[in-house]
Design a binder for this molecule. Structure first.
Ligand SMILES: Cc1cc2nc3c(=O)[nH]c(=O)nc-3n(C[C@H](O)[C@H](O)[C@H](O)COP(=O)(O)OP(=O)(O)OC[C@H]3O[C@@H](n4cnc5c(N)ncnc54)[C@H](O)[C@@H]3O)c2cc1C
Length: 448
């Protein structure tokens, strides 16, 4: 059996490991038999020590003997971002998502606490913000993405938590302040307006989770006093049709109104009015574009998301896809750059059709590891990423649906026949609320 097939054959979803809980932490790298480390003098630079960069570094130190592995990341804190949805619903404190980056890194790698400021893929160098120049043989892009708040006129992160404004993507403080605004809304009632951007985004289930959770909390706090609206630029509630249909039905049952074709462009916090660029189509399919204004008492903002500037300026982005977003031009199966084979991308920055979740990172890291180590040995890797993406979709406090899918929009449940993917279950909630973090931590250590 090829290594590729072996990877697929042994693959269980991200959340299957969650089911194993802490036991996942005891499994060796990938659960595979130990492999002799490859002797090498290769210089490997990893940009970003978040979910992808840290997990890969932990695996590479086990696979390579003598390599120089350098990580760049200016942020001393590691953020467990799946926990932000829980913080923004008052279910976890902000500290739940924060740890120290340095505590996750293995011996044998060097962390430079600076951002990568420029990449020259022809000269194979990375410049840090202070002007240090790093030569590399292999480069891994793992800087995540940036939140483009500036694209929403009138919005400023200072507003989060006041004037009925929430924006949970901004980190632990923003998520905690989002809960302050959302709790006030739950108690007082009125119109709750929930949005998502037109760009690709990390965890596309998170805007829905926040809508469902605040609706649930609000109906218990002050029944009958709320009108919940969900406004999205797309023509469906989720990119996977069967999931979109399920969410549409749940919205219908819960009286949540949907505004398709609505892209948030401006807010007026004083009057609590949001402006959307809207697209409507008549029966003949002719589009009309205009601005529409909706009033709110609580507004949840998720700004457009893009690759960090250093990537967009590097010449490593797609030129003919996602041109306003700048995701790295990599092969969707190998995550290897299409023009610079010594460059790979992992996680949110990768220009692939799915996969901006931590669960995806878990399946991408072994693929990059395989191709990178094979290249060092002068060969070709065989592992392949199939687009696995997962986001436990919380529908109420204590209820969630396990949504896992691949590039082809196939549902790929971790527990086929045991946990139904599109049912609102307590066990699925436990996966998200309790077990996901143990699996994520095992992944960071390179053990899952
Ligand atoms: C609200 C929310 C809920 C989510 N829920 C889930 C969920 O339920 N399940 C799930 O699987 N995923 C979820 N995710 C998504 C998941 O957290 C991300 O997809 C994952 O963290 C991506 O990993 P990454 O390594 O690409 O980026 P990150 O983990 O964001 O790490 C990127 C790192 O790069 C660093 N960096 C940035 N720029 C530079 C630079 N120029 N130089 C050097 N370093 C740089 C940053 O400081 C950061 O440490 C959620 C995300 C959010 C925001």
């Amino acid at each position: 059996m090829s290594k590729d097939r072996g990877l697929h054959a042994s693959r269980r979803g991200f959340l299957a490991l969650a089911g194993l809980g802490a036991a996942a932490g005891a499994v060796g790298a990938g659960g595979a038999a130990p492999v002799a480390a490859q002797a090498t003098r290769a210089r490997i630079v990893i940009i970003g020590a978040g979910a992808g960069g840290t997990a890969l570094a932990n695996r590479l130190v086990q696979r390579l003997d003598g390599a120089t592995i350098t990580l760049l990341d200016p942020r001393p804190d590691h953020l467990y971002q799946p926990g932000l949805s829980l913080v923004a619903a008052g279910l976890k404190p902000p500290a739940y998502v924060v740890s120290r980056t340095a505590d996750w890194l293995p011996r044998g790698v060097t962390l430079i606490p600076e951002p990568a400021a420029a990449i020259d893929p022809v000269a194979r160098t990375v410049a840090t913000a202070s002007g240090q120049r790093l030569d590399y043989d292999f480069l891994v892009l793992a800087p995540g993405l940036v939140l483009d708040y500036g694209a929403i006129e009138g919005f400023s992160t200072d507003l989060i938590g006041s004037n009925g404004i929430g924006a949970l993507y901004g980190g632990p403080d923003a998520a905690a302040k989002t809960w302050q605004a959302a709790r006030r809304y739950a108690e007082e009632g009125g119109v709750g307006l929930f949005t998502r951007p037109a760009t690709e985004m990390k965890c596309a289930g998170a805007p829905l989770k926040h809508t469902f959770l605040i609706d649930d909390i609000a109906q218990r706090a002050a029944p009958g006093k709320h009108e919940i609206r969900y406004a999205c630029p797309q023509a469906a509630l989720f990119s996977v049709p069967i999931v979109a249909e399920k969410v549409r039905m749940l919205f219908g049952e819960r009286g949540i109104a949907t505004h398709y074709g609505h892209t948030l462009t401006a807010i007026d916090p004083g009057t609590r009015r949001a402006t959307f660029a809207t697209v409507t189509r008549d029966a003949a399919g002719v589009e009309t574009r205009s601005d529409t204004q909706l009033d709110y008492d609580y507004l949840h903002v998720i700004p457009p998301q893009r690759a960090p500037e250093v990537i967009r300026q590097s010449g490593l982005s797609w030129a003919d896809k996602w041109v306003d977003q700048g995701w790295a031009e990599v092969d969707q199966k190998t995550l290897r750059h299409l023009r610079f084979p010594e460059v790979f991308a992992i996680g949110d920055v990768a220009g692939v059709p799915k996969g901006k979740t931590a669960a995806s990172v878990k399946w991408q890291v072994p693929v990059v590891e395989d191709h990178l180590v094979a290249a060092i040995a002068g060969g070709e890797g065989t592992a392949s990423y199939d687009g696995y993406t997962s986001c436990p979709l919380i529908t109420r406090v204590g209820r969630a649906m396990l949504v896992e899918f691949d590039y082809n929009n196939n549902l790929v449940p971790s527990f086929p026949g045991v946990i139904a993917p599109l049912e609102e279950l307590w066990i699925s909630w436990l996966m998200k609320e309790v077990a996901l973090k143990a699996t994520y931590n095992a992944m960071l250590r390179g053990r899952a």
